[in-house]
Every structure is written in structure tokens, then in C-alpha cells.
Design a protein around this ligand. Structure first.
Ligand code: KIV
Length: 281
């Protein structure tokens, strides 16, 4: 099966909004594969799944490992690996080598880089990656890897800052990015950047006038412990999981689990000896 490509996204622009979800493992990828155009293996894995306070400690190996799991769990959606802090931007050659690992080793089709207006990564580095054949998605507005410099705040509220974000997005397009994520900016700036660019924009807290939307899976299904204001929670998975493990613990303590249907008897033909119940486990 062919995966969604940068060309498909470009052609879709203006017809139908692009759906991107950040997710980190194979079962989530299986669920998302028919639904999302892009699965972003966000460095948000640091806060959501790895127990870090922010995204900065996420290592390249952790990110590659989660990206490979998502690639194994999907066959249709485009898989984009989100390069963690300092795995890019230190030197152009090292950045390009690291970016290539997402395609060579992890089975991704593209990488995303946080590309704030203050720098962090040079336009030359983005160009080098794209020349090498690594499709790059940019990311402007709120860039969580800059938390110690800027905090987690809406960006581009004043005119100067908004112009700088727009200018940065233009530079990135020039350097060859196939798409740009816009995070936590006023809706009017989302619209301005979208109008100015020839490549699709994907917003998170960037309003409605963009080419697509992205949310973190854990936030949208209600697994995260607290979510940003721009998130809509479509389910209460944390509640469902909490109730399930409480019920299990209660049944174990009260001797109700395991019951007859969950044990193996002595007789060979009394029970199917296939412990996976027919699943490939
Ligand atoms: O790390 C991430 O999940 C992201 C998205 C929220 C855009 O960068």
C-alpha cells in the first residue's frame, strides 16, 4: 500500500483539511492509520509517555525507537519523526546525518524540526536535509524546545513578532520544507501564514484558517493529566483505564479473578492450549 506523500498533501491543499495526530506506539498507529493523513511521532513523547517534565531530555535513540514502532504499526499514513532538542542544529552535517536515520533506520517518510524565529536551526541545515532527500516539516510559533527562553505562551501577538513568524515561515518554504506546523498563534496569524505559503500549514492552537490540524493523541482521547486550552477531549481514556485497573485489583483481592474461563484445566482437551487465544502474540 502506498503511504500518503508530501505530493498528496500538497494536492489536497484547499480541498480537505489535513489530519495529523501525534502518537508514539504501534497499537496507536494501527488505530490511526485509516483515519489520519500523518502520524507525527512528536517529541511530546517526553512529557506524555516518558515522564520527563518537558521535551528537552528526549534522546535521538528514544525518538527513533518510538518512530520505528509507529512505522511498524501503520502502512498508509505518512510517518513523521520529530527530531529532539540538540539532535539537530549543532552542525549542519550532523543534523543531516541524524535526520537521515529517521528514514534509514526508523521507517519514517519525513522529519519535523522546531524552527523558531530566534534560530535554533539554520536555513542552510534545512536545505541540506531536503537536498539529501529527507522531507522536512517546519514548526513555528510556540516551540516547546525553547521553553527556557520563551515559556509556553501564545506567540505572535504583537505585530513585530507576527511579522517575524511569517518571515521565518517564508524562509523555511524557500529552504524546501513540505509543510509548516503553526503552534499557539492567533487565528489571524494562522491565516496570514497560510495565505503567504505555497506549502500546507498544520495548526495546533492556530485557529481554523490553516490547511490542517494536529493534536496529541493522549490529549484528544483524555489520557493526559491536564491538557492545553486549545485541545478538545473526545473521550476519557484515563477514566476508563483507572476504572478498569481498580476493578481488576478489587477482583484479585476478593478472589474473583481468575475465574473458570481464565484458567487451564489438567486435561489436554479440556481447553485450547493456545495461550494467545488465536491472536498473534
Ligand atoms: O511534539 C509534538 O507532539 C508536536 C506537535 C504537538 C506539533 O510537536
Amino acid at each position: 500500500m502506498n503511504r500518503v506523500s508530501a505530493k498528496d498533501l500538497f494536492e489536497k491543499r484547499g480541498d480537505e483539511p489535513i489530519v495529523m495526530v501525534a502518537a508514539y506506539d504501534a497499537p496507536s498507529a494501527e488505530i490511526l492509520d485509516d483515519v489520519a493523513d500523518i502520524i507525527l511521532v512528536g517529541d511530546s513523547v517526553g512529557n506524555t509517555r516518558l515522564g520527563y517534565d518537558d521535551t528537552l531530555p528526549v534522546t535521538l535513540d528514544e525518538s527513533l525507537s518510538h518512530t520505528a514502532a509507529v512505522a511498524r504499526g501503520s502502512e498508509r499514513a505518512m510517518v513523521v519523526g520529530d527530531m529532539p532538542f540538540a539532535s539537530f542544529g549543532v552542525s549542519t552535517e550532523r543534523s543531516a546525518e541524524n535526520a537521515a536515520r529517521y528514514l534509514k533506520e526508523a521507517g519514517a517518510q519525513a522529519v519535523k524540526l522546531e524552527t523558531p524565529v530566534e534560530g535554533g536551526v539554520s536555513v542552510e541545515t534545512v536545505r541540506r536535509m531536503t537536498e539529501l532527500g529527507v522531507p522536512v516539516m517546519g514548526h513555528v510559533g510556540l516551540t516547546p524546545q525553547q521553553v527556557h527562553r520563551k515559556g509556553y505562551k501564545v506567540q505572535g501577538r504583537d505585530e513585530e513578532e507576527a511579522d517575524a513568524i511569517l518571515e521565518r515561515a517564508r524562509e523555511l518554504e524557500e529552504a524546501g520544507v513540505f509543510s509548516v506546523v503553526l503552534e499557539s498563534v492567533p487565528e489571524s496569524l494562522g491565516a496570514r501564514v497560510t495565505d503567504a505559503l505555497g506549502v500546507p500549514t498544520i495548526g495546533i492552537g492556530a485557529g481554523r484558517e490553516v490547511d490542517g490540524q494536529v493534536l496529541v493523541l493522549d490529549d484528544l482521547v483524555g489520557l493526559s493529566d491536564g491538557t492545553p486550552t486549545f485541545v478538545k477531549e473526545y473521550a476519557d481514556v484515563r477514566g476508563v483505564m483507572t476504572d478498569a485497573v481498580k476493578e481488576y485489583a478489587k477482583e484479585v483481592r476478593e478472589g474473583e479473578f481468575p475465574s473458570d474461563e481464565h484458567i487451564f484445566g489438567d486435561s489436554r482437551d479440556s481447553k485450547d492450549d493456545d495461550t494467545d487465544g488465536g491472536d498473534d502474540r
